[in-house]
Design a protein around this ligand. Structure first.
Ligand SMILES: CC(C)(COP(=O)(O)OP(=O)(O)OC[C@H]1O[C@@H](n2cnc3c(N)ncnc32)[C@H](O)[C@@H]1OP(=O)(O)O)[C@@H](O)C(=O)NCCC(=O)NCCS
Length: 238
């Protein structure tokens, strides 16, 4: 099961600006089953035991990812973040699943992506969107931020940082191990935003780590930030 959310900014009846985060969930994950462990001849008990442990860990990770994807409204986990009121911006942030999401909002989000942030109509006043999902990345359960796009007029007002903080809180609440994203090397602004301001680091799966001798072959880096482990009720009572 994969999910994504899109944000939409419009004026409500009170004249205040409003951001809607609209979540899209694909219900079927036929191509997202756990990778099968290849059957190999086992040389010892130890090896067998290790593999068993790995499978148990993978299954536990998958349970967390599935639970996160099954959330009705992820924003209910971070209620204080449903309103952003700073630097002349007053926006409310809500999350909706794809079937309840207005088609024009999805179209707008995709249009923002494809037109690379051209200003759109005054009547709707959309300002940005975030697209993410919960998934397994190798053996780790992660929240992957696929896109964050804001129109120029609302940038450098802290909204981007606020939205990424929401993702980090969602990752914490859903017990993901890290927040990950891909950024083009030539996007100096985004690199500065994530690395200098938000303290993201080059992930171990990024090409500059696993293939350091050929940097010219890659125009992107994978960045990530580890998320503190949430204390479960059992851990708290110990
Ligand atoms: C990248 C982006 C999401 C940042 O959102 P934002 O709301 O403008 O960023 P914030 O105001 O929260 O910035 C927080 C801090 O990040 C750093 N930062 C943000 N934008 C920056 C820029 N263009 N250049 C240098 N540093 C930047 C600054 O330190 C900033 O703090 P300051 O404004 O007090 O100096 C937004 O600029 C955007 O949508 N850019 C175009 C799309 C894009 O490149 N997306 C990233 C794809 S990986």
């Amino acid at each position: 099961m994969k999910l994504a959310f899109y944000t939409k900014h419009c004026s409500d009846k009170l004249g205040k600006d409003k951001v809607l985060l609209i979540m899209a969930i694909k219900q079927h994950r036929s191509n997202h089953t756990r990778p099968k462990v290849k059957k190999r001849s086992l040389k010892g008990k130890e090896k067998k035991q290790k593999r068993k442990e790995e499978q148990v860990k993978l299954a536990a990770s998958q349970v967390l990812v599935d639970a996160a994807n099954a959330l009705e409204d992820p924003m209910s986990l971070v209620v204080p973040f449903k309103k952003y009121d700073r630097n002349g911006l007053t926006v409310s942030i809500d999350c909706h699943k794809m079937p309840e999401c207005a088609r024009d909002t999805v179209d707008w989000a995709l249009s923002l992506l494809s037109t690379n942030m051209k200003s759109l109509g005054e009547d709707q006043n959309p300002v940005g969107f975030v697209h993410f999902w919960f998934d397994m990345d190798f053996d780790d359960e992660v929240l992957y931020c696929y896109e964050i796009q804001l129109v120029e007029e609302v940038r450098r007002k802290g909204l981007g940082k606020f939205l990424i903080q929401i993702l980090e809180m969602l990752a914490y609440q859903t017990q993901m191990k890290k927040v990950m994203l891909t950024v083009f090397k030539h996007n100096k602004e985004a690199n500065s935003f994530f690395v200098n301001q938000l303290k993201y680091e080059i992930d171990e799966t990024s090409p500059s780590i696993y293939d350091p001798m050929n940097p010219e072959d890659y125009d992107y880096e994978i960045l990530s930030k580890p998320i503190k482990k949430k204390k479960t009720m059992e851990a708290k009572s110990e």
